[in-house]
Design a binder for this molecule. Structure first.
Ligand code: CDP
Ligand code: MG
Length: 663
């Protein structure tokens, strides 16, 4: 039943009808619409199906609706669609709920780590691939799903790759289960302490698997699934003029800036999409664009910059999908998220500096880091394709034509270039390997990086789980401190109030506790929820704390607390004994220890790498002899972030297996 009815004023009703009509027409005009019947038939006939289609052809938004209408949700079963990115899962679910004329969270919902909009009524569920992997831990047969659609498979993220392996196995188990038609207590060879879902008769129909990809190379997926059928959806692509630079561009950010204004002043109407590598670049370019836009002659049209990257708050991400007011040119500054995951309409010009940020893992040093590398040919083609969605377009590649030929054909799958500890743990826990260590199993069920899960287990033993739980929650969210450029001094002064000379971890604990106290106070005053919310908001503003991140940290905290309680861990506090807590941090993060060198830089002990303390750390100036850290960021230098001062002797004492000294 539709949840929106055309009530209200006649004007509102008209608006509503217009919007419904617009959506119907948009849906009908998508290339995928003409093959609905064929796709549903193929999905019925084949247990595994591969669908390849240009970005924007309607795969992600339409296919699940076709399957729903085709009867794949009978018996209350769910169609699950996985996305490599949280943003994509959220935005697409919102869009599809609107197309279905229903509220988000009913027929259509999304579920991503720490944010679940689904209900029992949800039949079309968008989620991240990582989340489905975790669900498989609790229900190894994924018995509530009739179909799993693995979207954006060409991106070959670790989670996607692992998921494909796992789904193949689940599919097999379900096929066997339905053949036998009896309860299967342990189809995947799991240990008994997992929640087992029985899977009887019709409840265990075969699992349909649909793999969707934007790249033409479907063969590797087809081969992996024993020659699975592949269907190509014809896209609609207008010609795109590709322009290269004559010279190499030493500074691609500056080159992007120049190109944006060149297009703005010399080319016809149409929005611009520029691909950058991350938040920092996007923010600084946004500033530069507005600074330079002030110098434009008054009669020239205006520029509106809309950034989009994964960690941007979702309301702000939505700006990128809005159209600019008349007489204004929209400039979307995006990471590779806009290559295939999300569709932004109105783009006529694409600027591609040819770079992307990627995870890299050095097996010799054991360090994982983010580095900026040239894109692959496939990525460059996807990017230029964005300019030709609605009409002929232009793509400005900020490198020479000869460089294009040197690019690798397609990106190396992430699984070949990252730290696999988490994946291995998950696979083991999922019964892919027979050896299941009980701690590993507990850890895999926590929605956290293994190092953090281990930290919680260690701190329970050392009796400071309360503090560690706060640290882990605060480290799981985006930046807690908020320092607007025009108020840097005030922000710095505010942070002083929380700072601990011991380091960033205890500083984060102080912030969390102060915020919790603020909430507690208004609760004691019997304030309503809304008033409490306002008080916290004001407190955050006064203290230059990012309200959204803090709320997120509270949320993560309560979720992990639920998990650790279930696991039977001991929720005690170390009180004022900060030495104990720092020892616990050492026991947990001993792999990330660094010693100061005579020149003021640090040496990471596990790898011998030279690193610098990050300016955001409270220990940036004090530079203690020995620290543990939580993050290594590689930009122009190797920076370590989130530091705590430790005694180097603790390393040998608390991690003797790693740092044992010779007698
Ligand atoms: O998955 P694929 O790239 O094939 O296409 P899609 O994401 O299903 O998008 C199909 C069309 O839906 C786009 O061209 C947009 O017109 C529209 N769409 C939208 O308006 N808002 C969204 N959040 C997502 C899609
Ligand atoms: Mg898609």
């Amino acid at each position: 039943m539709p949840s929106f009815s055309a009530r209200g004023s006649p004007h509102k009703q008209q608006q509503y009808q217009r919007r419904r009509q617009e959506i119907r027409q948009q849906r009908k005009s998508l290339p995928i619409a003409s093959v609905e019947k064929r796709l549903v038939d193929e999905a019925r006939k084949n247990d595994t199906l591969i669908i390849v289609g240009e970005t924007g052809s309607g795969k992600t938004t339409q296919l699940p609706q076709f399957l729903y209408d085709g009867g794949f949700c009978q018996d209350g079963k769910v169609i699950g669609i996985t996305q490599p990115r949280r943003v994509a899962a959220q935005t697409v679910a919102k869009r599809v709920a609107e197309e279905c004329n229903d509220q988000l969270g009913r027929k259509v919902g999304y579920s991503i780590r720490f944010d679940d909009s689904t209900s029992n009524a949800t039949r079309i569920k968008y989620m991240t691939d990582g989340l489905l992997l975790r669900e498989a831990l609790l229900d190894p047969l994924l018995s509530k799903y009739s179909v799993i659609v693995v979207d954006e498979a060409h991106e070959r993220t670790v989670h996607t790759d692992v998921l494909l392996g796992l789904l193949k196995k689940v599919q097999h188990s379900r096929a066997n289960a339905s053949k036998n038609g009896k309860t299967l207590p342990d189809v995947l060879g799991h240990s008994q302490n997992l929640t087992q879902k029985s899977c009887q008769g019709s409840r265990c129909a075969p699992l349909k698997l649909i793999i969707m990809s934007a790249s033409l190379d479907a063969k590797c997926f087809s081969d992996y699934f024993g020659g699975a059928k592949a269907v190509h959806v014809q896209g609609r692509q207008y010609p795109v003029d590709i322009l290269y630079t004559y010279q190499p561009e030493p500074d691609y950010l500056d080159a992007t800036l120049v190109t944006i204004f060149q297009i703005h002043l010399e080319e016809g109407p149409g929005d611009i999409l520029a691909f950058l590598t991350g938040q920092e670049e996007i923010e600084s370019l946004e500033r530069l664009i507005y600074e330079r836009a002030r110098l434009l002659p008054p009669e020239s049209s205006k520029i509106w910059v809309t950034p989009i990257y994964s960690s941007l708050p979702s309301e702000q991400q939505m700006n990128a999908f809005k159209s600019a007011p008349a007489g204004t040119r929209k400039v979307v500054l995006a990471t590779n998220i806009a290559e295939t995951s999300v569709t932004i309409t109105g783009i006529k010009y694409v600027i591609d500096p040819g770079m992307v940020k990627a995870r890299a893992y050095n097996p010799v040093t054991g360090m994982e880091s983010l580095i900026i590398i040239p894109v692959s040919k496939a990525q460059a083609l996807q990017r230029s394709g964005r300019a030709g969605r609605e009409g002929p377009g232009k793509c400005f590649r900020l490198f020479q034509e000869s460089e294009f030929d040197k690019l690798v054909d397609s990106t190396v799958p992430e699984i070949k270039r990252c730290n696999l500890s988490n994946v291995v743990l998950q696979l083991k826990a999922l019964g892919i390997d027979d050896i299941i260590d009980p701690v590993g199993h507990q850890m895999a069920r926590l929605p956290l990086d293994p190092m953090y899960s281990k930290a919680l287990i260690v701190s329970s033993e050392l009796k400071c789980l309360e503090e560690m739980l706060i640290v882990v929650s605060m480290l799981s969210v985006e930046s807690i401190f908020f320092s607007p450029r025009e108020k840097l001094e005030e922000a710095r002064a505010a942070r002083k109030g929380f700072e601990s000379s011991e380091g960033d971890h205890i500083t984060l604990v102080n912030v969390y506790r102060a915020a919790a106290e603020c909430l507690e106070k208004s609760k004691n005053a019997n304030a309503k929820e809304k008033t409490m919310e306002k008080a916290l908001n004001r407190w955050c503003r006064e203290n230059f704390i990012n309200h959204r991140s803090l709320k997120h940290a509270f949320d993560v905290h309560s979720q992990i607390q639920g998990h650790v309680q279930q696991m039977g861990l001991n929720l005690s506090s170390c009180g004022d004994d900060m030495v104990l807590f720092r020892r616990c941090l050492t026991a947990a993060f001993f792999l990330n220890a660094a010693m100061r060198q005579p020149d003021g830089s640090y040496r990471a002990l596990a790898t011998g790498q030279s690193v610098q303390t990050h300016p955001s750390s409270v220990l940036f100036r004090t530079k203690p002899d020995c620290v543990i850290f939580n993050e290594l960021v590689r930009t122009t230098q190797n920076y370590i972030k989130n530091l705590t001062r430790i005694d180097p002797l603790w390393l040998a004492e608390l991690a003797p297996q790693y740092y044992a000294t010779e007698d």
